[in-house]
Design a protein around this ligand. Structure first.
Ligand code: NAD
Length: 360
């Protein structure tokens, strides 16, 4: 086999869209050896932990993973597996392309942008103090002593660290991505006027680094203004460079611009490892129905193929997706159709296999 890939099916609709994607990638016939591992609630039952070392070790060994979504229970004290995975493997950059696809009716047909999100810092760094805990009390006292800051006794606290080092590498990553993919402009979103020492530092560092890339246009914009411009004129943007929290929110907004979460792929990239996954979550509302849209995960698979050097196979797969969507015949309910997850996958797989004869 030419490529070893760790497959984490996830939960909710994860196993459904993972099986669909596997079918399509096997049809691409690039010699993938799948190493299936668990994370999330499935792993909790088997290993007693949400992200077992066995799974992390498998990714470290294969270096590339394809992952379905994983549910994070809200307010239970469990840390998000997704966040732990990104931090554990230092997958510092998330890449989420949102492009208008054939046959998907949308308001702004010119959308073709890429969100580059910092993945390890910011409010998602996981530095939190529960309301009423000894840590929260100690931190409140420290803040009072440091600067006379008064936090309410019943406050929970989440810390927002943004570093020069963390920012520098994501900015370079975004500009290098832009260069490598023929993109012309990088727009950084921030709220530097309010959060002077976190977003302010992000903006200042990004501005400095941008000077190293004179061939790519640099633009900065306040995050609230960005949301309104994206709703009105998304075609004006190219690469969006965002700190972690804004990147998370804006990715979903961009998904909405091009037809929904069922269509947006994603990659989490570090110096050593890469984990490919759709932007969407485990969609508990439709899990088990067999009707989840597999396109987001299939396109994540195409990003993975490109990362592994299988350029032609990646293009073939993207072409096959465009073909199936463009014909408007086989599509899942989120796109107004009545096909199942597997019917869409089979349709894409058939075209993937036929491509060597050229587009029909
Ligand atoms: P979600 O993305 O799971 O669902 C939001 C809406 O989009 C739902 O109505 C859902 O049915 C729809 N949707 C999502 N994917 C779809 C698809 N492929 N086809 C058709 N419709 C689709 O977001 P949520 O409900 O906020 O989160 C559910 C769980 O997923 C939470 O526990 C959350 O923490 C987790 N989550 C995980 C990841 C990840 O694993 N990377 C990402 C986001 C959310």
């Amino acid at each position: 086999m030419a490529h070893r890939v760790t497959l984490i099916p996830g939960d909710g609709i994860g196993p459904e869209v993972s099986a669909a994607t596997r079918l399509v990638l096997d049809a691409a016939d690039v010699g993938i050896e799948w190493i299936e591992k668990t994370a999330g609630t499935a792993a909790l039952e088997e290993y007693g932990e949400l992200l077992p070392d066995d799974t992390l070790d498998a990714i470290r060994s294969s270096r590339v993973a394809l992952k379905g979504p994983i549910t994070t229970p809200v307010g239970t004290g469990f840390r998000s597996v997704n966040v732990a995975l990104r931090q554990g493997l230092d997958l510092f950059g998330a890449v989420r392309p949102a492009r208008a696809l054939p046959g998907v009716p949308i308001r702004h047909p010119r959308v073709d942008l890429v969100v580059v999100r910092e993945n390890t810092e910011d409010l998602y760094a996981g530095i939190e103090f529960e309301r009423g805990s000894a840590g929260a009390t100690a931190l409140r006292e420290e803040l009072r002593a440091l600067g006379g800051y008064e936090l309410r006794e019943d406050a929970g606290i989440t810390v927002k660290p943004i570093s020069v080092r963390g920012t520098r590498r994501i900015v370079r990553f975004a500009f290098e991505y832009a260069r490598a993919h023929g993109r012309k402009k990088v727009t950084a979103g921030h709220k530097a006027n309010v959060m002077r020492y976190s977003d302010g530092l992000f903006l200042q560092t990004a501005e400095q680094e941008s000077r190293e890339f004179p061939d790519i246009e640099w633009q900065e914009i306040q995050i609230d203004h960005l949301t309104s411009r994206l709703a009105k004129e998304p075609g004006e943007f190219d690469v969006l460079l965002l700190p972690n929290l804004y990147g998370d929110i804006i990715s979903d907004l961009c998904a909405g611009l091009v037809g929904g979460l069922g269509l947006i792929p994603g990659a989490n990239i570090g110096w050593e490892y890469a984990v490919f996954e759709p932007v969407h979550g485990s969609a508990p509302d439709i899990a088990g129905h067999g009707t989840a849209n597999p396109i987001a995960m299939i396109l994540s698979g195409a990003m993975m193929l490109r990362h592994m050097g299988e350029q032609a196979a990646a293009e073939n797969l993207e072409w096959a997706v465009d073909e199936v969507l463009g014909r408007r015949e086989v599509r899942t309910p989120d796109l107004g159709g009545s096909s199942t997850t597997m019917q869409v996958a089979e349709e894409v797989a058939t075209r993937v296999t036929a491509w060597e004869h050229g587009p029909s």
